[in-house]
Design a protein around this ligand. Structure first.
Ligand SMILES: [Ca+2]
Ligand SMILES: [Ca+2]
Ligand SMILES: [Ca+2]
Length: 377
């Protein structure tokens, strides 16, 4: 199978797993996911394509290594399902192919993309094209967590939220701004999974004339999923959502949505089904599930938050669907060097502050921490 870096790995694994689409793979029992997903049971072709550090760069970074805000939505092979991409393009269509790969007929080109839909209760369902358990599709599992890496890539592609910014968000007109996501998909106890999505910004612009500004702004969201084998071997349901806003600071407005609270989440039509939408606050990028949650934080100037593009002629200019890479697991990384998504000098798994690819001073929390801390525990 082909492997040319992390993103190509992520999408290329479709080829390795194409035989296990819905209705083709063995239906997993409804038993205990953790048992089934014991690390070390990776089957077949863990080839080492996912060497930490070599992953994704060729697929992700533009020639100057810094995806521009207005280019970022198109910068990712995983982005082929975005509305502004070709609706019928498979991820493989957007992936870089070398001559040998291009010449090889690839059945995965015909594989249907993963989809989402909302159930009667308004909960988001992910319908992957491969079984989520690597052992059920003889799929690659290079991060050795028992989950098919192709399924993980599909989960990150389909479940990562669209970001909708305030009309005065500085990054919209900052040609040096970089916004990208670093993901992790992992089993979590019986029948559950977690999706962690670091939303990395090159800068926090601060509030009130730049007070509290800093380089490297690691915000995040996370999702709690439960497997839904009744809907197919690659199906899972979102049963919890977490939006982080200035985590672990005095102005922490992070929020968790479960049960009936999930009805508050915003989903909008997208190629392949509904996509989650979240609202980063102006300049500071605290992430909120609703505009109201953002703007009700405080009435006090400089502590308040503003979200969403009010009264603009071109609201799409304030939307971003950033590229994402799957960082893998701490013991078996798929991607470590975040130059792959425009943050040179930053690493997913090192114990170092996130600097957004900028000078290593006045930085912030670690990416590693954002990928490991489970807000649903
Ligand atoms: Ca895996
Ligand atoms: Ca994983
Ligand atoms: Ca921030």
């Amino acid at each position: 199978m082909a492997g040319r870096g992390g993103l190509w790995l992520a999408v290329g694994l479709v080829a390795a797993c194409e035989a296990g689409g819905p209705g083709q793979g063995p239906a997993p029992d409804a038993g205990r996911l953790r048992d089934a997903l014991a690390p070390g049971d990776a089957t077949g072709d863990a080839t080492g394509d996912a060497t930490p550090g070599d992953a994704g760069g060729d697929a992700m970074a533009p020639p100057d290594g810094a995806p521009r805000p207005d280019a970022a939505p198109d910068a990712s092979p995983l982005d082929a399902s975005a509305p502004d991409g070709a609706a019928d393009a498979s991820p493989l269509d957007a992936a870089p192919l070398d001559a040998a790969d291009a010449a090889a007929p690839d059945a995965a080109d015909a594989a249907p993309p993963a989809t989402t839909r909302l159930d009667d209760a308004g909960r988001l369902l992910l319908l992957g094209t491969v079984p989520l358990r690597a052992a059920d599709c003889d799929c690659a599992d290079d991060d050795r967590d028992g989950l098919a890496d192709t399924w993980e890539a599909e989960a990150l592609d389909r479940l990562r939220p669209r970001l909708r910014f305030d009309e005065l968000e500085p990054l919209v007109d900052d040609p040096e701004a970089v916004v990208a996501m670093v993901g992790r998909v992992a089993p979590a106890g019986d029948d559950e999974l977690r999706v962690f999505l670091l939303v990395g910004y090159s800068r926090d612009y601060g509030s009130c004339l730049g007070i509290s500004a800093h380089d490297g702004d690691p915000e995040r969201v996370a999702l709690r999923l439960v497997v839904r084998p009744d809907l197919g071997p690659g199906a899972a349901e979102v049963i919890g959502a977490y939006t982080a806003a200035h985590e672990n600071t005095v102005g922490d407005h992070s929020a968790r949505y479960e049960g009936d609270e999930l009805a508050a989440l915003v989903h909008e039509p997208d190629a392949g089904g509904p996509r989650w939408v979240v609202f980063p606050s102006r300049g500071k990028h605290g992430t909120y599930a609703t505009v109201e949650a953002c703007e009700s934080v405080s009435p006090i100037p400089c502590v308040d938050e503003d979200c969403a593009p009010d009264g603009v002629d071109d609201p799409a200019r304030f939307d971003r669907l950033p590229p994402v890479v799957n960082a893998g697991e701490p013991e078996a990384p798929l991607v470590d060097d975040l130059a792959a998504v425009g943050f040179p000098g930053d690493r997913a798994w090192a114990d170092q502050p996130f600097c957004g690819g900028r000078a290593r001073r006045n930085c912030s929390a670690t990416v590693r921490g954002k990928l490991l801390a489970d807000p649903f525990e």
